[in-house]
Unconditional design. Structure first.
Length: 456
């Protein structure tokens, strides 16, 4: 007979020491504080036959979303599969999910984690893996609904309830229910102040609503709860930089980049893509990123031929375009073509979004703004299919409107810019963009009015 964890979920191990370390590792994953991998390695040292130990280790590798993690993922999958005969049904569900991910069926993996969470709604690992998987694959509605299905199984007496509320808050935000998202996120933070994901969900609400000074205050007032020794801190620093960027405070943005977002090189794709996206936004505004670009391009170069995850490819292409590394850009496009031919979840993401976006970025860098507009415009409606949040994918809209402005497509630029001010009238940058578009269209009075709004 196995044990149960603190949430009443069954495990096949009989080692209480291994289970305690596993629970500590899951808590670290939920909170992003410290290193869950070190804790789960210690659990496996206590019990090498601990199935969920191998599953958690494999899940960490899968959620890294990069080819470099594939070898340790395979080790974990094969170790867990060798123990499957003695595993319980829930554990075998985790093994199924990891095997699917290893085989390139990312969607199948997320569905498998989701089925585990439906049967055992208090399985925190299955919930978080499915939630992050939905994020990576652009399953926007499931970001909300999958967590909602599990909530009746939780309450304040169940350890980790705040983390589940934080996940639900993010799903509510991504589906546009900003009022409920903020209320849920604030409740999550009240229950568990050191929950960077819940803090991040509220930050998203303020970003989408253009509540820029309030957003700065929200994040800076809670820095001690999400920044020190936290694996997710780079992303919340990125959100803070977005507020300052919208306010036109590019000096502060660059300082945040150097001191917090990218204080030193990192080989991790998840960290590198946020740094890249921020520099690209500055690049679109005519702000020189200097030597920062070279470091990012060097980091992306070994991944250029991976063809592993289309969302990563987009950011790698930004770095290659910004640094004029045409050979690397060519390698990336060739890898994307191979990925499309190979099949799997990433094939569809690449064919529908990743490849046209990378071609558009290449055209933009070459000054072929008409082609960039032609490629990007139809992608907007399906861009969610290659993952990321609304805030992250906005870089596509920003590139599109800038291409239209630089290419002299006044009607397109005006329509896109006005769309932005309608959605987020609190953004000074959006009003400046609108002023440029109106001036290009010959509406000087409208441009002056927009500039006045920008400075208000």
């Amino acid at each position: 007979m196995g044990l149960q964890d603190s949430r009443g979920v069954p495990v096949s191990t009989t080692s209480r020491a291994a289970l305690d370390r596993y629970e500590a590792a899951v808590d670290r994953l939920h909170s992003y504080f410290r290193d869950p991998l070190a804790e789960i390695e210690a659990a496996l040292a206590e019990d090498p036959g601990f199935v969920m130990g191998h599953c958690l280790r494999g899940t960490l590798m899968a959620l890294a979303t990069e080819r470099a993690a594939e070898a340790p993922l395979r080790e974990s999958v094969e170790a867990a599969e060798a123990l499957a005969a003695g595993a319980n049904e829930r554990e075998r569900g985790h093994i199924t999910a990891l095997r699917a991910w290893l085989d390139g069926d990312f969607a199948g993996a997320v569905d498998a984690w989701g089925r585990v969470a439906e049967a055992w709604p208090r399985d925190g690992l299955a919930l978080q893996a499915a939630h992050l998987g939905d994020f990576y694959l652009g399953h926007t509605q499931l970001l909300r609904d999958r967590i909602a299905r599990a909530l009746p199984g939780w309450d304040e007496g169940v350890p980790g309830y705040g983390y589940v509320l934080g996940m639900h808050a993010f799903g509510l935000e991504e589906t546009g229910d900003y009022r409920a998202a903020e209320a849920t996120g604030r409740r999550a933070v009240a229950l568990q102040p050191r929950d960077p994901w819940a803090i991040h969900a509220v930050a998203h609400v303020m970003e989408m609503q253009g509540r820029l000074p309030e957003g700065v205050g929200w994040l800076t007032g809670r820095t001690s709860d999400w920044a020190p020794d936290n694996m997710f801190a780079f992303h919340n620093w990125w959100h803070l930089a977005l507020y300052h960027l919208d306010l036109g405070e590019t000096g502060t943005v660059l300082r945040l980049y150097d001191e917090a977002i990218r204080p030193q090189p990192s080989p991790l794709a998840l960290e590198t893509l946020d740094a890249t996206a921020l520099l690209w936004r500055l690049h679109l505004r005519g702000v020189d990123g200097g030597a920062r670009w070279a470091e990012l391009a060097e980091t992306w170069a070994p991944m250029a031929e991976d063809g592993y995850y289309a969302f990563n490819d987009m950011h790698a292409m930004m770095a290659f375009v910004a640094t004029g590394r045409d050979a690397d850009a060519d390698r990336l496009l060739a890898a994307q073509a191979r990925s499309v031919a190979a099949g799997g979840t990433n094939a569809a993401m690449t064919a529908e979004v990743g490849l046209p976006v990378c071609r558009a970025l290449r055209a933009f860098g070459a000054g072929d703004h008409a082609t960039a507009v032609e490629l990007l415009a139809p992608v907007r409606a399906v861009a969610h299919r290659f993952g990321g949040s609304h805030a992250q994918r906005d870089v596509l809209n920003l590139t599109l409107v800038e291409a239209a402005l630089r290419g002299g497509q006044a009607d397109v630029a005006r329509a896109l810019a006005v769309e932005r001010t309608d959605a987020k009238p609190g953004s000074p940058f959006n009003w400046r963009l609108t002023a440029r578009a109106l001036r290009l269209a010959g509406d000087e009075a409208g441009a002056v009015a927009a500039e006045t709004r920008a400075g208000a």
